[in-house]
Design a protein around this ligand. Structure first.
Ligand SMILES: CC(=O)SCCNC(=O)CCNC(=O)[C@H](O)C(C)(C)COP(=O)(O)OP(=O)(O)OC[C@H]1O[C@@H](n2cnc3c(N)ncnc32)[C@H](O)[C@@H]1OP(=O)(O)O
Length: 409
């Protein structure tokens, strides 16, 4: 059988070991049994597609069912992960067939109007209608160069392990999540993924640690971190790696960062998930010393255009007609009128003249309120057909805070 004839099929539970081994290999990781067991807990054969060649699984994709916070709402969104094609079968169209089938299945199932993913390589997914919807800053901070204001929160810090504090982490995360576009729901299995801490995964660092902030009303913030010992000719040189930080108010945020930047014997503090409008930029005595590196975050794809554009809220009143192309899901193509604002919106087919024209990829990019339609227009990717239509629509599709996704899934 040639690759072109190898069928894409729904997975069965028996496919997991081979699919998992395929993915460990593709990501150049030695098989880690503990990590595999945790992966198995989130994996769902009913939401997975594979291609098999004889006994081998040679291609795989999984659409996890989770909620995602979007501007003004929390909606079900397919979280696409575990995408891979065996090196023996690459560049022969298997990914293309998997992606097309996955979008078709999601559309037909009708449960999710949006799909999101993290891309291993940023070039892969725009061709399938995924637009760059959230961005992030990777920080590498020399802790001697950055000063923060005195902590104003009245509270105390408690240190421990994730096992000691998991209920508190869940409580803080779930309290903040509905207001943070880009944050995904975590059931017990997804928390186990986030807190996964296998010896293989540590790569010479300590086990994962937690610092909690407890204010007058109870726990209101936490950070997850680990560290790596190092000594230089001039003395201590350890690194602190922060993987997540969540705080209910500015005072708590300062208190947590003062702790992280003040850990003895460390010189460098890294954090890969700062928002492009992260408060730390405005707290640091010298923001340049945060040593930021810009990167992409979530890529978003509208699966059901009218359902998705109705589900989110808009920063200001909006009344705009889009002419949309979507070669993969033609139901999304054509002319759509979006009307509404901060309280809700409708999106309906129309025969009215179009104001703006774009591909479905650009609506995915703009969906979380972090990529402006005006910026996309400046790049030639949104076209203004009615003069004056672009700027108000771009403002309405924005949001008061930039989306930021705290976790690579
Ligand atoms: C959401 C996630 O899980 S992200 C993880 C993605 N997986 C990985 O990075 C693991 C390692 N890589 C792989 O498994 C594979 O190379 C994949 C999945 C990225 C691509 O699979 P393939 O079956 O080779 O892709 P396919 O043959 O369908 O290629 C489709 C098009 O995308 C292009 N393309 C595919 N992968 C890449 C890439 N990494 N960089 C640039 N272009 C790419 C191909 O050139 C092709 O373009 P063309 O139609 O103009 O010729």
């Amino acid at each position: 059988m040639t690759d072109a004839e190898l069928p894409v099929r729904a997975a069965t539970p028996d496919d997991f070991p081979k699919a998992s081994a395929l993915l460990f290999g593709l990501f150049h990781r030695a098989i880690d049994r503990e990590a595999q067991d945790l992966d198995r807990r989130v994996w769902d054969a009913d939401r997975t597609l594979v291609v098999a060649d004889g006994d081998e699984v040679v291609a795989h994709t999984f659409a996890a069912a989770r909620d995602l916070t979007v501007p003004g709402a929390v909606i079900p969104a397919a979280h696409i992960t575990g995408v891979g094609v065996a090196p023996t079968h690459r560049r022969r169209g298997l990914l293309t067939r998997l992606m097309r089938r996955q979008l078709r299945d999601l559309r037909d199932a009708g449960q999710e109007s949006l799909a999101v993913l993290w891309a291993s390589e940023a070039r892969i997914y725009p061709r399938f209608g995924y637009g760059l919807a959230s961005t992030r800053l990777d920080l590498t901070i020399d802790n001697r160069e950055v000063r923060l204001p005195e902590a104003t929160a009245v509270g105390r810090l408690r240190a421990g392990s994730p096992a000691d504090f998991q209920p508190e982490l869940v409580k803080v995360y779930d309290a903040l999540r509905p207001e943070r576009p880009g944050w995904s729901s975590r059931d017990e299995s997804w928390w186990a993924q986030v807190l996964m801490d296998t010896p293989e995964g540590r790569a010479g660092s300590t086990e994962r640690r937690v610092v909690l902030h407890e204010g007058e009303g109870g726990v209101d913030g936490y950070a997850l971190w680990r560290s790596k010992s190092s000594w230089s000719a001039t003395g201590p040189n350890a690194e602190v790696h922060v993987s997540e930080i969540a705080a209910a108010d500015p005072g708590t945020y300062v208190a947590l960062w003062r702790f992280l930047l003040g850990i003895d014997l460390a010189r460098t503090v890294t954090y890969g998930f700062a928002a492009v409008d992260d408060p730390l930029l405005y707290l640091a005595s010298d923001p340049r010393q945060l040593n930021t590196h810009f990167s992409d975050g979530l890529w978003a794809r509208l699966v059901d255009l009218p359902a998705a554009l109705t589900a989110r809220r808009y920063a200001t009143g909006v009344d705009v007609v889009f002419e949309v192309s979507d070669p993969i899901l033609p139901e999304n193509a054509g002319r759509w009128r979006v009307t509404g604002g901060a309280g809700g919106a409708t999106c309906e087919r129309t025969t009215a003249e179009a104001d703006l024209a774009c591909d479905i990829t650009e609506l995915g990019a703009a969906y979380l309120g972090g990529t402006s339609l005006a910026a996309l227009a400046a790049a030639g990717r949104v076209r203004e057909l009615r003069p004056g239509a672009l700027n108000p629509a771009s403002t309405a599709f924005g949001w008061h805070r930039l989306p930021t996704a705290p976790e690579v899934f």
